[in-house]
Design a protein. Structure first.
Length: 459
């Protein structure tokens, strides 16, 4: 039996809760935060049910304390008397697993505890993987810190039932992440319905999304249900929400607010249709600009921004480049005759330096193309004609990179991880003369020496 700790100063409530749960879990109770911490010290607790209004340490601080002092992965379910969404969202952002108001149904509570236990195991599995590269069940691959955080956010977001907006350049993995949210959510056994909107005209779009009644327009000789209705209890995924006609923006806004729709041509006297659908939306456009130029309604913009996740471009995820490259190499190799393919060292270096404007999609396509045309089982630069030439400016092909006025880019223009390379290159350029290297870098010789020391660079 798993151990569940209830921290709540309302003793009557905690007793009732214990009665309801004690057939399924071993229950511990604490009526102050301090007592809760004592129990956590001495017992292996699997889930904490935490009241936010505690007499000693405030709930939100307690939440952080449990994660920092005991177990960063310990699922904490917030129990709240208040439907203060801002407060709850804060708790969720701080890493709470879920929340329930105090008038919950006991089955719902059990379900949440079970989810929390499952989630904990999944996270342990992902975090525990060797060699620092993580895979989830659906080949979602990443190695960098930033993506580890995002992976954690995905799990959190999956469990809140809010609508979600995914932001990021083309090819960064928004579709993949939408499907990850779905698979980790409690809607995973219900429909997931992606609706690509780009190529459709306004009227087709509207009936595609919301359906139409018989006779709604010429040619509508039968009633048709839309994607929202067919996704009921599940998730509708809109992969590109920029450039939606205003009428559709209004309809979506209405849906997000009231969770109701009307089919095209529906008699308004008959009322609206209630649906339980969660929305995931994505865009690779800059939404502020769309609002400024009047192509997106401001109220729509603010509404969809509610819970959002920004996915960084591949050039800012350098540590992911090599794991992803091998992943695609293995994936496509099997389609090209089971040869043991390899990348040459130059290719791997070039991959890490390249800009990847098309992000992971471009990487994947480049490798697929290379395998299609190569005669060799070692893929070299000539197999990647698109790569040569454009470089990630953070990754300085410094040898050639002289700014028009004769200066090199400044040391401070570079991220920490690139600075070692930068300093070494500058030293080489200056043939080891520190005063010259410093001058080229826009630093004083003392400053340059200090940085060499900090970065552990010897001449
Ligand atoms: N972390 C990852 N691990 C493995 N494959 C990935 C990862 N991220 C993206 N991909 C793959 O890269 C391709 C592009 O990703 P996806 O279609 O999700 O991009 P997108 O952000 O939706 O792009 P667009 O804005 O153009 O629609 C897909 O084939 C996807 O499976
Ligand atoms: Mg997409």
């Amino acid at each position: 039996m798993e151990n569940v700790l209830i921290i709540d100063d309302n003793i009557k409530f905690a007793e009732d809760l214990e009665l309801l749960l004690k057939s399924s879990y071993k229950i511990f109770r604490a009526d102050t935060s301090f007592k809760g911490l004592e129990i956590l010290k001495r017992n292996h607790i699997s889930v904490v049910l935490l009241d936010l209004q505690l007499p000693d340490i405030p709930g939100l601080d307690m939440l952080e304390k449990i994660h920092s002092d005991f177990d960063a992965l310990l699922p904490i379910i917030i129990i709240t008397e208040y439907d203060d969404i801002q407060y709850v969202v804060k708790a969720m952002r701080l890493g709470a697993f879920d929340f329930l108001s105090k008038d919950f149904h006991v089955d719902l509570m059990k379900e949440k505890i079970e989810q929390a236990l499952k989630q904990k195991n999944l996270k342990l599995r992902i975090d525990g993987l060797q060699n620092n590269v993580s895979f989830t069940d659906d080949s979602f691959i990443f190695a960098c810190e930033e993506m580890k955080k995002i992976n954690y956010e995905i799990s959190k977001i999956a469990n809140w039932d809010f609508d979600v907006l995914l932001l990021g350049e083309t090819g960064v993995g928004k579709d993949l992440i939408a499907s990850q949210i779905y698979q980790r959510s409690n809607r995973k056994d219900k429909p997931f319905v992606p609706v690509p909107l780009r190529s459709l005209s306004e009227s087709v779009l509207e009936s595609e999304l919301f359906g139409h009644e018989k006779g709604a327009f010429t040619g509508a000789d039968r009633m048709k249900i839309g994607k929202f209705e067919s996704a009921n209890k599940g998730i509708v995924y809109l992969p590109e929400i920029s450039n939606l006609p205003e009428n559709i923006q209004l309809k979506l806004l209405h849906f997000m607010q009231y969770k109701t729709i009307t089919r095209v041509g529906h008699d308004s006297r008959k009322g609206e249709l209630n649906l339980d659908v969660r929305l995931i939306m994505a865009t690779n456009e800059n939404l502020e600009e769309l609002v400024k130029s009047g192509r997106m309604r401001e109220d729509f913009y603010y509404r969809i921004l509610g819970v959002n996740l920004k996915i960084p471009p591949l050039r800012e995820r350098i540590e992911d480049v090599i794991p992803l490259s091998y992943y695609f190499l293995n994936k496509y190799s099997s389609q090209f005759g089971q040869m043991q393919y390899q990348f040459s060292d130059e290719v791997l270096t070039a991959f890490r330096e390249y800009e990847w404007k098309g992000n992971i999609r471009e990487l994947s396509n480049s490798i697929k193309n290379a395998l299609t045309y190569t005669n060799d089982n070692i893929l070299s630069l000539k197999d990647f004609p698109n790569i040569t030439g454009r470089k990630n400016s953070l990754h300085l092909g410094l040898e050639n990179l002289l700014y028009p006025d004769g200066n090199y880019p400044n040391f401070i223009d570079f991220e920490l991880s690139n600075r070692i390379f930068y300093i070494k290159t500058m030293l080489k350029k200056a043939e080891g003369k520190i005063s010259l290297a410093a001058k080229l870098s826009g630093l004083t010789p003392q400053g340059f020496r200090k940085i060499m020391k900090q970065l552990n660079i010897n001449q």
